[in-house]
Design a protein around this ligand. Structure first.
Ligand SMILES: [Zn+2]
Length: 82
């Protein structure tokens, strides 16, 4: 399963990938291209999309873990945010 999320650097506008577990609201990541420290904020539409994608990946992973523990009845709640 691909747990990488694409981020667009607000400084150099290049696209790079980061693992979903590191992508959270107000988290900070370094750009792979210009090395600038980026604060992940929903004010940037590209970062907001990345945050949403990361949340969905984490939810899917949680669901997979729950399914493994309670094999059979895997009715994980869907965490959909507008
Ligand atoms: Zn950059």
């Amino acid at each position: 399963m691909d747990d990488k999320v694409k981020l667009r650097c607000p400084a150099c506008t290049r696209i790079f990938s980061e693992v979903a577990s590191r992508i959270r609201d107000e988290a900070q990541v370094n750009c792979r291209n210009c090395n600038k420290l980026i604060t992940l904020t929903t004010e940037d539409p590209f970062l907001r999309r990345a945050l949403k994608a990361a949340r969905e990946i984490r939810a899917a992973k949680d669901a997979a873990v729950h399914a493994a523990i309670y094999s059979g009845v895997a009715s994980a709640p869907k965490r959909e945010t507008p």
